[in-house]
Ligand binder design. Structure first.
Ligand SMILES: *[C@@H]1O[C@H](CO)[C@@H](O)[C@H](O)[C@H]1NC(C)=O
Length: 198
């Protein structure tokens, strides 16, 4: 099997993931689905742009590079053309590394946000982070501590969990392409030379 066509599938998968991460991060700017009266009422981790920058914008570059690899057809992969393909596969390793860093950043931010919990208006009448050390995760009686914005705890948990999971998938896909690119660099895109047609 041709490692270039494998990269193409990865590129196609990365684009919807990047768009979903972007959307999740944008939705987090609307705590509980409503417009915040004050930017200070939005959880800090939302402002770190994990989904918009790390798992979103930055991911477009590896996705496009991986998609571009599909143009290397495997014909003559034992011939001289393999030099160009080797270089393309080598470039993809660099972009895969950028993807791992971007998605990894988003994962770390999301994990921190899930652990810390959302900023909300608590029963004592202050805007604060009412939860400690992820203690609210296993006890949803504690969620009543957040009075405003309505539904902030499930909103925060759902969106940051989605960012975390999608970020992990992006790390796995880019990590896979890094290995794929390494094999392609060594073998010249198509390891099954002589008789492989795809
Ligand atoms: C859950 O949180 C509430 C409110 O803080 C507390 O009263 C209750 O004991 C907790 N339940 C458990 C199982 O820890």
């Amino acid at each position: 099997m041709c490692s270039g066509s494998c990269a193409k599938c990865l590129g196609i998968t990365l684009i919807p993931l990047a768009i979903l991460c972007l959307l999740c991060n944008i939705l987090l700017f609307f705590p509980g689905g409503s417009v915040a009266d004050n930017n200070d009422h939005i959880t800090d981790e939302v402002w770190y742009f994990g989904g918009i920058f790390g798992s979103g914008a930055l991911m477009i570059f590896p996705a496009l590079v991986f998609l571009g690899l599909k143009n290397n057809d495997c014909c003559g992969c034992c011939g001289n053309e393999s030099c160009g393909k080797r270089f393309a596969m080598f470039t993809s390793i660099i972009f895969a590394a950028i993807g791992v860093v971007g998605a990894g950043y988003s994962c770390i931010i999301s994990a921190v946000a899930i652990h810390r919990g959302p900023r909300c208006f608590n029963t004592a009448g202050a805007w604060t982070y009412p939860f400690l050390d992820g203690n609210y995760l296993s006890n949803n009686t504690m969620w009543e501590e957040c009075v405003k914005p309505e539904g902030i705890v499930p909103w925060h948990l759902t969106l940051f969990s989605m960012l975390l999971i999608m970020g992990l998938v992006q790390v796995a896909l880019c990590g896979f392409q890094a290995i794929n690119g390494l094999i392609g660099t060594i073998c010249g895109d198509c390891c099954g030379c002589g008789g492989s047609e795809d």
